[in-house]
Design a protein around this ligand. Structure first.
Ligand code: PEP
Length: 251
């Protein structure tokens, strides 16, 4: 099974920078056939990015989709629109949206349903804040986030689901978790998913990713961890050289 390297470019890059970086990714990352590499540029550049990615193995993800199918929701992009222009994946429930845009578990649940209904595979982000961690509430927070996001989802357990464990205290802070800790996270998520669906769904259809200040130095220990199916990389992924080194460290 190919491991995943997902590059979340957030709101970092303008048009020329986005398209230039895609061209560099195409050139430098094509030799890493052991990885599925996914880029998530700003919505504004998805169409041009999709054109550049045609006939390559790189895949496209939206950073977000709307929580309704279509209609009056100014400024949003629907799951159908993202799929129509060539996205395979969509990130859902990123902590930056939960925290700064007050995205709720209920909206996240609707987005997961809409993703599946429109041919997208969701990359569901979950993670505890520093306060949750200090208060020893991590497991409760993750359990609630997962149960709420995945309750009564159309398409499960048949379809693939990507779960990105991204501790909020590690995102963009330069702090990472010990890769070993993913064993505990995996056990917890497996227990929750098995109770919602089944253990075989978890084993066969769910991929567990880690995200949070991954760079070319710390990536290797996560790649080596047997329960980690991939990495979700933010700021380091806007640097072509770092991304090359992160991909290389998976060999
Ligand atoms: C992210 O945005 O999902 C992320 C993990 O960011 P960073 O790598 O910058 O911490």
């Amino acid at each position: 099974m190919k491991k995943l390297l997902i590059a979340n470019w957030k709101m970092y890059l303008k048009e020329k920078q986005t398209l230039d970086l895609i061209k560099k990714y195409k050139e430098r990352l094509k030799k890493f056939s052991q990885l599925e590499i996914v880029v998530a540029p700003s919505d504004l550049y998805l169409i041009k990015s999709a054109e550049l990615l045609k006939k390559t193995k790189l895949k496209l993800a939206a950073q977000n989709i709307a929580q309704i199918e279509e209609g009056a929701l100014t400024g949003e992009v629907s799951a159908e629109m993202a799929h129509e222009i060539g996205c395979k994946y969509t990130i859902v429930g990123h902590s930056e949206r939960r925290i700064h845009l007050n995205e709720t578990d209920d909206q996240i649940n609707k987005k997961i349903n809409l993703a599946y209904n429109n041919g997208l595979t969701p990359i569901l982000c979950i993670g505890e804040t520093l306060k949750d961690k200090v208060d020893e509430n991590r497991d409760t927070v993750l359990t609630v986030q997962l149960r709420n996001a995945l309750s009564k989802v159309n398409g499960l357990p048949e379809k693939e689901l990507l779960i990105a464990y991204e501790p909020v205290w590690a995102i963009g802070t330069g702090k990472t978790m010990e890769a070993e800790e993913m064993l505990t996270i995996n056990r917890l998520i497996k227990r929750i998913i098995s109770s919602l669906y089944s253990e075989s769904f978890y084993e066969n259809k769910v991929k567990l990713l880690y995200g949070g200040s991954i760079n070319s130095i710390n990536a290797k220990e996560f790649w080596l961890n047997e329960v980690v199916d991939g990495l979700l990389v933010g700021s380091a992924s806007i640097d072509n050289e770092q991304t090359y080194n992160i991909a290389h460290s998976s060999l």
